[in-house]
Write a protein that binds this ligand. Structure first.
Ligand code: F0G
Length: 467
């Protein structure tokens, strides 16, 4: 390990076991905790300042410089250049949104629109890094459990990266729950050719099974327990900084499901700060759906904290046991984050400690209303992504986020992923709306843009256009 610039290290500071970069691990073999990728920064040719990364814009015909992840390779330097698997991820935007600012009550809010990625969600940031490691270790089959976006992304990379794998596609196996999965996402996994297994149950059931199956069959696992995924997702924060001229915002706000993003963002900023490349840290707000609020309860009600690594594991186990005993299953329209047991819980707690974070929640009504406001800005998002905006509105109302603070919300997935819910919100009224969405507590659509029904007659059409 001594000769490697990058290595793997147990995230539990009391253990700290280290492993070589080419080992395939989803947990520490000594203590069972999650693992991180760590770097010998002394041996990494780092930029003198962050703006040096901008020079790579001039050489965008190099795929590593074109990628919005590998452009920052010095900060995730675990792979030889010729092993990198990229399909052009990370061409994303940071946009100001006046409607969203007015809605949430903050003067300056920007949306980091990750829906622009090749498979339409932020997952591609992590998948490029995960596939790069899979290639380094010669994996032939890859698998994941998913609420939809991870599987869409993994399926896309498995097929699209054939050109760097001597024309051979990696075999992709996707496990999804039998319940809610947005059609747009399922259609992607099917279209891109992944073998798709629908398991009766929730994401958590699919997650447990894919872990067992990948262990017993030696399939490379690409869920966010894979530490390389999170290295790629750090780049979302590098691009936010780049778009802000390398100024650190006051808040980063992100929806929380399996808690991979929040974990990655914490690591990104901690490393930049430790390296002296940023002089201050933003605060982090992770927003759960109220119908899938394990983190919210553990953090705010149970007061669970990372506590330098000594977090109360017994408390988490007791919480899960009670959740099972009460059959308190996740239930939310934000299906991407309909998760009971977030796999990156411990790393997220660590990120919350590093970034002086808070955990919020938003109801499905709040999420759909916020989503309609995001849509008005012309970029649009899937319901889950709007949890960040709905969360900001609440956090401003209760005084946690100041109106003058600079807020960045991560918009994690594209609007077209879950078109059905959008159309229902905009077009249904009264009892019809309650019939379709009432199960999630959605009873009104104050920001709806209703389609207007007219007969196929010119005068009627002209009349409809009058007002
Ligand atoms: N937003 C979207 C659009 C997602 O698809 C997910 C997670 C999240 C937010 C939550 O991110 O897990 O990093 O906290 N989707 C996973 C999936 C679980 O299987 O596609 P997280």
């Amino acid at each position: 390990m001594k000769n490697e610039t990058a290595f793997q290290r147990c995230a539990n500071p009391a253990c700290g076991a280290t492993y070589g970069i080419r080992e395939v691990l989803t947990a520490c073999q000594r203590c069972g905790a999650l693992v991180d990728i760590a770097y010998d920064w002394e041996r990494t040719p780092l930029p003198w300042k962050l703006s040096d990364f901008e020079r790579k814009w001039a050489t965008r015909n190099n795929p590593l410089h074109f990628s919005g992840v590998w452009r920052f390779k010095e900060l995730l330097n675990f792979a030889p250049d010729n092993q990198v698997v990229t399909i052009g991820e990370g061409q994303t935007l940071l946009r100001g949104e006046p409607d969203v600012a007015a809605y949430t009550g903050v003067k300056s809010i920007r949306l980091q629109y990750e829906g622009l990625n090749p498979s339409g969600s932020f997952k591609d940031n992590g998948m490029t890094a995960g596939f790069t490691h899979a290639r380094m270790v010669g994996a032939k089959k890859v698998a994941c459990a998913s609420t939809g976006n991870t599987s869409a992304s993994m399926a896309a990379y498995a097929s699209a990266s054939a050109e760097v794998n001597e024309g051979r596609k990696l075999e992709a196996v996707v496990f999804v729950g039998s319940g809610r999965i947005a059609m747009g996402k399922l259609s992607q996994a099917l279209d891109y050719g992944a073998r798709t297994i629908q398991i009766k149950g929730y994401f958590d059931d699919a997650m447990r099974r894919v872990t067992e199956v990948s262990q017993s069959l030696g399939i490379y696992l690409l869920n966010s327990v894979n530490p390389f995924r999170l290295e790629g997702q750090k780049a979302i924060m590098y691009r936010v900084l780049e778009a802000l001229n390398w100024e650190v915002p006051d808040w980063i706000v992100v929806p929380g499901g399996n808690l991979g993003n929040s974990s990655a963002f914490g690591k990104a900023f901690k490393e930049l700060h430790d390296l002296g490349l940023v002089s201050r840290l933003p605060r982090l707000a992770v927003i759960n759906a109220a119908g899938a609020n394990t983190l919210y309860r553990l953090y705010n009600t149970e007061k669970l904290r990372w506590n330098g690594g000594h977090y109360d594991r017994a408390k988490v186990e007791a919480f899960y046991a009670q959740m099972d005993a009460e059959h308190r299953d996740a239930n939310t329209l934000a299906s991407a984050i309909e998760i009971n047991r977030p796999v990156n819980l411990s790393k997220c707690l660590r990120a919350l400690e590093w970034l002086n974070g808070v955990v919020g929640e938003a109801t499905d009504q709040e999420i759909l209303d916020a989503k309609a406001i995001v849509g008005r800005g012309g970029i649009g998002c899937e319901p889950t992504s709007a949890a960040s905006v709905a969360g900001v509105k609440r956090l401003v109302a209760d005084g946690t986020i100041g109106r003058d603070e600079r807020v960045v919300c991560v918009i994690t997935g594209h609007q077209l992923k879950a078109a059905q819910t959008t159309v229902q919100y905009h077009s249904l009224t009264g009892s019809k709306l309650r019939k379709e969405l009432g199960e999630f507590g959605v009873g009104s659509n104050p920001y709806a843009n209703k389609p207007i029904q007219v007969p196929n007659e010119l005068p009627a059409i002209l009349k409809a256009l009058e007002s």
